[in-house]
Design a protein. Structure first.
Length: 279
């Protein structure tokens, strides 16, 4: 494989993105994220991901006044040619702001294959906040398609934020490259829908391969994240774990957990550290 091209200067790329996006009252978009894609994807020409906030007026329950920061634009820049996507609701008070990305959280390269192979671009963003303090969290995965010379979406999901929901890209282990989603059920018993998405063809779109109601209950006191407490069930249903084998180790442990695990009615728990109070 030929060596990847050198990345374009950051300021030069950002200026092209700003020039390509609309202005409001003479104010230009604001760059909030910039990531070189050339080397991670081993590309022959320079590619850059740029996130920018458009200038607009929008509603947010987290602010007393109208916010003068508009939707998030996600731009893939081929050399110096931006290809941007964004949604602009018609009015500042429109409910569409709760389903429109306005906050940029992160953009990073993840790998679906072992040894830093099969790179993907993982983007997280969020909507405006509602009165209950919740908002929508968007998770998107893109791959580079050499045939079309562009970045193509392979996964997109929107998850609420108030009830321990999570959308997680799996970076290692037997489910490397898959995405797991946990969302609460609408009625009793209040547990979670667990969904696993995986590529049926390597490097292509992720498809739903597993869906079931969790054994983990909402508010049951388990300090582990829902996906971690359900991991034995996820792996067992996919034929990648059997009872009696060592329990899966979560990638991140809560502060009050020891790295020792046990099952309670099929739900994985950690051994909690003793808290010693001194006076």
């Amino acid at each position: 494989m030929a060596n990847p091209a050198a990345a374009r200067p950051r300021q030069q790329v950002d200026r092209r993105v700003i020039a390509a996006l609309p202005t409001l009252n003479g104010k230009s978009a604001k760059i909030v994220g910039h990531l070189d894609l050339t080397r991670p994807f081993h590309l022959r020409t320079p590619w850059t991901f740029v996130a920018a906030t458009l200038t607009a007026a929008r509603f947010s329950a987290a602010d007393a006044r109208t916010v003068h920061a508009g939707p998030l634009a996600l731009c893939f820049v081929d050399q110096l040619a931006p290809r941007c996507r964004y949604t602009l609701p018609r009015t500042a008070s429109s409910q569409t702001w709760f389903s429109t990305p306005v906050h940029f959280y992160s953009a990073k390269i993840v790998f679906a294959g072992a040894g830093h192979t099969d790179p993907l671009l993982l983007i997280r963003s969020g909507s405006a906040y509602a009165i209950d303090g919740g908002h929508t969290i968007f998770t998107q995965l893109f791959r580079y398609d050499r045939r079309s010379n562009g970045f193509t979406s392979v996964f997109a999901h929107a998850t609420a934020s108030n009830n321990n929901q999570e959308t997680r890209f799996v970076a290692g282990g037997p489910l490397r490259g898959d995405v797991i989603v946990a969302v609460p059920t609408d009625g009793p018993p209040y547990v979670y829908w667990i969904r696993v998405y995986a590529p049926t063809v390597p490097g292509r779109q992720l498809h739903l391969v597993l869906r079931y109601r969790s054994l983990t209950g909402y508010g049951d006191g388990n300090p582990l994240a829902v996906i971690d407490s359900e991991m034995p069930n996820i792996l067992r249903r996919l034929g990648k774990w059997r009872p009696g084998q060592a329990l899966p180790v979560p990638p991140r442990l809560p502060a009050d957990c020891k790295p020792r695990f046990y099952l309670v009615r099929g739900e994985e728990w950690c051994v909690r550290k003793k808290i010693i109070f001194t006076g």
